[in-house]
Design a protein around this ligand. Structure first.
Ligand code: FAD
Length: 348
């Protein structure tokens, strides 16, 4: 068996999309860059026109906010809110925060629109294939193992209940395992943006893993530029540049987070219908949406759907989508009309 992680998986999301802002390029401009780690990946906040004396306080505020999101959403932490819900064996509604209710509500909506391909209950299959907190398998899972894990999944087993006193999550399958890995980074990115607004900061680029949101302008007074990475593990080249104009962006890709088992590439994106990692030629889906949370939900759903169905859904739902597919040894790209509005004309 040959096993290969080409990159530490959570690094992958970070280099998939990266801000092209670079304060070192504009000496004298007032710019501040804060960085750190969360959710097994990196976060970054770039600010324009913010006094350096605020750096320490802002760094602490960002880290503390992300630590608290992590404590709520992480399936990698046994005592997180979502892990406790997963460990709960009953079917009584469990009280949750508005944040959690918002994420799950968005996930269920996108799940329904993608015909169940984006499925946050896919956790048992993610773990079976070795992409969650559980170790990688030493051999390809058997059909019986896949079916057993698949029997524990299904969005129909999960619901959000809104009552006057607060929000609740309810499941009707004791072993249901909710995995928010696909949307947590987007949620945290939006959360960082709200923190900046609260701090009276209007010009920022915030990112957690592969989710990014920008507002205002960079330290040079120009639009923040965000790069869409070329889908290859060999280079770090830019495929396209976008100006997000206050939106969130997220990319899901099958080309960096994978390992090889018995000569076969095993992607971290699982098709809930087959219970197996996707195999088709769509290698990345990038979505721009009002929030990074929404973008982060759609990108995975589109990846699972594959090129043709993803295009049809993007057009039907008027989504801003950029797809890259493998064609022999090269790549082809496609963008929806809504995405074109964000593309910067300059050559990367
Ligand atoms: P995306 O494409 O956005 O999502 C893919 C991920 O979603 C898969 O890896 C899988 O988990 C899940 N998934 C697969 N198929 C589907 C599907 N059909 N529908 C829905 N979801 C699917 N990683 C660590 O190594 N250590 C940690 O401590 C850690 N903590 C984390 C804490 C939180 C709160 C979150 C949200 C994630 C954490 N991660 C951790 C995971 C990691 O940082 C990334 O979120 C993960 O690798 C996927 O992000 P992505 O953007 O690469 O992929």
């Amino acid at each position: 068996m040959k096993k290969k992680w080409l990159y530490f998986p959570v690094m992958a999301a970070f280099i998939l999309l990266s801000g092209c802002d670079n304060p070192r390029e504009s000496p004298g401009a007032s710019a501040l860059v804060l960085e750190g780690r969360t959710m097994g990946t990196f976060w970054r906040v770039s600010l324009a026109n913010v006094d350096a004396s605020r750096q320490e306080k802002l760094q602490k505020a960002v880290q503390s906010l992300l630590d608290s999101d992590d404590q709520e959403l992480s399936t990698w932490k046994k005592d997180s809110v979502i892990s406790r819900f997963n460990q709960y064996r009953g079917s009584e509604p469990q009280p949750v925060s508005d944040n959690m209710a918002d994420i799950v509500t968005m996930a269920l909506r996108i799940g329904q629109k993608t015909a169940g391909k984006m499925d946050i209950t896919v956790g048992p299959l993610v773990n079976l294939w070795g992409f969650g907190p559980v170790k990688q398998p030493k051999a390809t899972p058997t059909q019986a193992e896949i079916e057993a894990a698949r029997a524990l999944t299904g969005l129909r087993h999960l619901r959000v209940i809104q009552r006057s006193e607060g929000a609740y999550l309810q499941k009707d399958l004791p072993d249901l395992y909710v995995d928010l890995s696909t949307m947590g980074e987007g949620f945290a990115t939006d959360h960082l943006a709200r923190l900046m607004e609260k701090e009276g900061i209007n010009n920022y680029l915030v990112s957690v893993g592969g989710a990014v949101l920008t507002r205002g302008h960079n330290a040079e007074g120009k639009a923040w530029k965000v790069a869409i990475q070329k889908p290859t593990d060999k280079e770090n080249a830019v495929q396209a540049l976008v100006d997000l104009q206050g939106h969130g962006i997220s990319t899901s890709g099958s080309y960096r987070n994978y390992y090889e088992l018995n000569g076969k590439r095993i992607s971290h994106i699982i098709d809930p219908t087959t219970g197996e990692p996707i195999q088709h030629k769509l290698v990345s889906a990038t979505v721009i949406a009002t929030t990074a949370l929404e973008a982060d939900g759609w990108d995975t759903g589109l990846m699972v759907l594959g090129e043709e169905k993803a295009k049809a859904l993007a057009l039907r739902e008027h989504l801003a989508v950029y797809l890259i597919a493998k064609q022999g040894d090269s790549f082809t790209s496609w963008m929806s009309p809504q995405f074109k509005a964000f593309i910067l004309p300059e050559k990367p």
